[in-house]
Design a protein around this ligand. Structure first.
Ligand SMILES: NC(=O)c1ccc[n+]([C@@H]2O[C@H](COP(=O)([O-])OP(=O)(O)OC[C@H]3O[C@@H](n4cnc5c(N)ncnc54)[C@H](OP(=O)(O)O)[C@@H]3O)[C@@H](O)[C@H]2O)c1
Length: 380
């Protein structure tokens, strides 16, 4: 039987687990963000978080911080935003450690969606006499790990669509002379976003026209850079394109049988049709890619919108006017009961970014797919 009887104190410590988990970054992928707190009533005894893939889990970190030789008080509770693991992966099962350390009460935020855990951690603890409480509302914990839940339960990466459009609704000029639509400050934010995702994907024409490098710049990062992904149906992209330089790994997804002559850090994957968006996402999933930010152009973004396989739109509306050009993607293919208007999306965030050049502001909107909101159990 599932128990939902967490107290006010439990909720407070679970909130601390979220804050600790958020100290983790892309280095944990494809693992989730996890924080753990050991407490006795209101008193914090120790805490820890999962720092990177392959390193100790949050529970192990918290118990080490408490002291491996110390006896855990019998009235202590271990809090963790995600169900403790019960399998031998890169590290031993946390459930064993919890039992060995004599912890009698565990409060978790949400069950682990990974089928190798999926409720078995809770069952194992309960069958060993540990009182396990599950949060009545798992949605904040699912939202924290939106990438991980999407990856395991929907079997695809979390998909973010990003673009900048002019005030009159264009993504680029038709003569390829657009340069930047968004301001430098907005582009700094895009570099921060890139650093938060496992991969960055762009369409063929964007590579051929803009020749982007698709790396994280403007901030120090010791991490492995996000994977760059380009779609190249018939092998038309020049091998000299910046996206193939050695500053980051790259994947080319193509329909060509035997696309060759790439350096070692470029992986080529053949699919039967690039128009099958689910098929493209399956390639990413099979490579263990937990999230992707899609940075245009318009045709590619429209394909994703049309398919319904997207979770967030991050759109900059900028004060320039082009009068003509490549139209910005249309917000289409909402669930049947909804109208084609952005008001029907979950608008999670609106930022006003000063362009610093006396040209007004960029409006940055984050719109969440209603289907994603339902899936994660957030507000709709
Ligand atoms: N403002 C912004 O935020 C922003 C961002 C990025 C780019 N841009 C601008 O956008 C322009 C390029 O945009 P675009 O819309 O013309 O081209 P795009 O989306 O970059 O590339 C489209 C091409 O990708 C290939 N492709 C392969 N699979 C696809 C799929 N499933 N769906 C759609 N396309 C697929 C197709 O070429 P094949 O038929 O040959 O396979 C298609 O013509 C450039 O001028 C660039 O500067 C602006």
């Amino acid at each position: 039987m599932i128990e939902h009887i967490e107290t006010h104190t439990d909720r407070k410590h679970l909130q601390s687990c979220i804050e600790l988990a958020q100290k983790g970054d892309r280095a944990v992928f494809p693992n989730p963000f996890v924080g753990a707190v050991l407490a006795r009533g209101e008193q914090l005894l120790a805490q820890g978080y999962h720092i990177k893939y392959g390193s100790d889990h949050a529970e192990v970190e918290a118990l080490r911080a408490f002291g491996n030789e110390e006896t855990v008080p019998p009235d202590a509770t271990l809090y963790v935003n995600l169900e403790p693991c019960c399998h031998h992966g890169k590290t031993p099962p946390c459930t064993e450690l919890i039992i060995q350390r004599g912890i009698r009460r565990v409060v978790i935020g949400a069950l682990d969606p990974n089928p190798i855990v999926g409720g078995k951690g809770v069952q194992y603890l309960r069958s060993n006499g540990v009182d396990v409480i599950e949060a009545a509302d798992p949605s904040p914990f699912r939202i924290l790990n939106c990438r991980f839940y999407t990856f395991h339960q929907l079997r695809r990466p979390y998909v973010i669509l990003k673009w900048a459009e002019t005030a009159d609704g264009f993504l680029a000029r038709s003569d390829n002379t657009s340069r930047w639509i968004s301001s430098e400050s907005s582009r700094d934010l895009v570099h921060k976003w890139r650093n938060e995702e496992a991969s960055i994907l762009v369409g063929t024409k964007t590579v051929m026209i803009d020749n982007p490098q698709l790396t994280v710049r403007g901030r120090q990062s010791t991490l492995v850079p996000p994977l760059r992904i380009v779609l190249d149906r018939s092998g038309v992209i020049s091998r000299a394109a910046r996206v193939f330089d050695d500053s980051a790994p790259t994947m080319v997804i193509t329909e060509v049988e035997d696309l060759k002559v790439f350096p070692q850090h470029v992986k080529v994957v053949k699919v039967s049709s690039l128009d099958d968006i689910k098929g493209v996402l399956n390639v990413l999933r099979d490579q263990g890619i937990i999230s992707v930010i899609i940075e245009g152009g318009s045709l590619l973004l429209q394909s994703f919108l049309q398919s319904g396989y997207w979770d967030e739109i991050r759109r900059f509306k900028c004060p320039l006017e082009f009068k003509a050009g490549i139209p910005a993607p249309l917000l289409i293919n909402l669930p049947a009961s909804q109208h084609n208007t952005e008001k029907k999306f979950g608008c999670r965030e609106q930022l006003y970014i000063d362009r610093k050049d006396g040209e007004g502001i960029d409006l940055c909107q984050t719109l969440v797919n209603p289907t994603t909101l339902n899936f994660l159990g957030g507000e709709s």
